[in-house]
Design a binder for this molecule. Sequence first.
Ligand SMILES: C[S@@+](CC[C@H](N)C(=O)[O-])C[C@H]1O[C@@H](n2cnc3c(N)ncnc32)[C@H](O)[C@@H]1O
Length: 379
Amino acid sequence: MFSRKSMTEEATVRWEKYRHRINYSADNEDSASEIEALTNGSNTRLLCIAAGGGRVLNLLVNRSKEIWAVDVNPCQCYLLELKIAALKSFNYQEFISFMGIAPSLDRVDAYHAVRSELTAEAASFFDQNILDVEKGVIFQGNLERFFGLTSKVVHLPLFDQFRRLFEFDEIEAQREYLDQKWNSLIWRGLKHALCRKTFLYLVADDPGFLRYLPKKLPIHEVIFNCLHRYLYNNLAKENHLLSLIVFNRYVNEPSVPHYLHRDWFDQIKTALQTAEIKIINTMIGDLVKETPEETFNGFSISDIASYMSQPSFYALLDEIIRTSKKGAKLCARRCFLPLQLPERYGELVRRNSELEQKYARHDHAMVHEYLVGDIRCGN
Ligand SMILES: C[S@@+](CC[C@H](N)C(=O)[O-])C[C@H]1O[C@@H](n2cnc3c(N)ncnc32)[C@H](O)[C@@H]1O
């Protein structure tokens, strides 16, 4: 499905190496942000990056009628197919057991019960990777396996202070604890052990979220500053991503992503009966280029801006604007650095700085900056 042209663009070359495996299997962003940013009439036809599939499913909370879920990596598309098939077929307990959140002895049997709902390519992929299904597919992405390692480090007795963050129920008490411990030798050790650029390059093996950052940016400092900003304003125990990083599982049931949440599950399952979800394996840039003007009411493009050069991102934004219906909503993220726009976008993208600041402070992804707003609102 790749066009030759996009495969030669420098911003896209890297994905080729990483498109034979699931890179992201959980839902590590905080869909509450997208659910809020893309509400109010933006739900008719959405364009979403698929990634682990969670955000696409969570956006059904807004009663979205049609979602185009696009991903350059076919394995991410297969994963979304599998999650949809399982959601449609299973009840809540069966679903979370199949995903790997609750124990199960029969995930392979469960897989065979839904296999016929998958495309031949997706079925063949999971047949070949049946061990991932057996272990619970939600924790088998490359990033989630990396969290297996971070959780082992954080579980060393030395880092007990860090794990204790999950015991707080009151933000004031958590802040006081942070004030006492943040600069301790032990926490600084954690920063240097897990957040150094070289370590992330070598061990996390991510397709390239570090690639477009200024060379001199001290990543470990930036990550820890983001963590501090987050923990000063939000309870650690309410963060599902932090829970994976520290425990390699979800430790607090009420804080799991919407589609894994007992209270939202039935609503999302019901929405799936009528919503049309088109799963498309291509570069988002190629897809929008071939899409007619005024097609979409909303865009949820995850943090793909972190994986693109600035000119590539602006070229994508131009196509997003062209394919937007008037007043369409956009929610984009970027790791560590603000998403600045040249003046020429002033009339075309009306940014909502209140929401952008709110998400920078409270979104569970912790390290993202935001571009949230309405597109083509003027005359
Ligand atoms: C950028 S990653 C971020 C994952 C995320 N923060 C999480 O929840 O773990 C999201 C997805 O975007 C896809 N992707 C990145 N750039 C893309 C592009 N230009 N077109 C289509 N998909 C893209 C990747 O394959 C990946 O599955």
